[in-house]
Design a protein around this ligand. Sequence first.
Ligand SMILES: O=c1[nH]c(=O)n([C@H]2C[C@H](O)[C@@H](COP(=O)(O)O)O2)cc1CO
Length: 175
Amino acid sequence: MNIYFCGSIRGGRQDVNIYQRIVKKLQQYGKVLTEHVSYDSLSAKALFGVRTTANNHIALTDDCRSALNMHALGPGEDAVLDGDKAIHDRDVEWLMMSDVIVAEVTQPSLGVGYELGRAVAANKRVFCLFRPSSGKVLSAMIRGASTNSLFQVQDYTEDEVESILEKYFDSIKNL
Ligand SMILES: O=c1[nH]c(=O)n([C@H]2C[C@H](O)[C@@H](COP(=O)(O)O)O2)cc1CO
């Protein structure tokens, strides 16, 4: 089973530890195409890991190139522009290849919202996880999209994240 995990990157990395627990659990059920969303090395401000070259250009670090499946992009602005297009196109392709999309939606993220919209348009199975204890209120465009079993929103507390995922994957295994 191909699983696409969505979590905030440029929207803010506050919940990266929970993303790591989710990805680890999801790997029991299938191949997580977007494991990189849980990497500590991806920060919200630095677009990717950035380093300075010998002639003072800005370049991506090798671990980030490989995390993003990128090779030989030039330094500086071009790398950033090409990088964003490459990320978008790769992620949409992965989204279309996936059997289920799991999103942690507590930390608001434009990218996650976009991915979920594309997933709905493609009739994909979606499971959104939200923590009310954060004090945030989930967008109506996410909670309100939960009108049939294909798109589910689940409130949860941090300590129950693994058991909530177990229950969900149990419920879809014979579909
Ligand atoms: O570097 C990236 N890599 C990447 O795969 N994404 C995708 C996966 C995440 O689920 C989502 C995060 O979007 P945002 O960065 O707007 O928070 O977009 C987003 C970025 C940066 O926007």
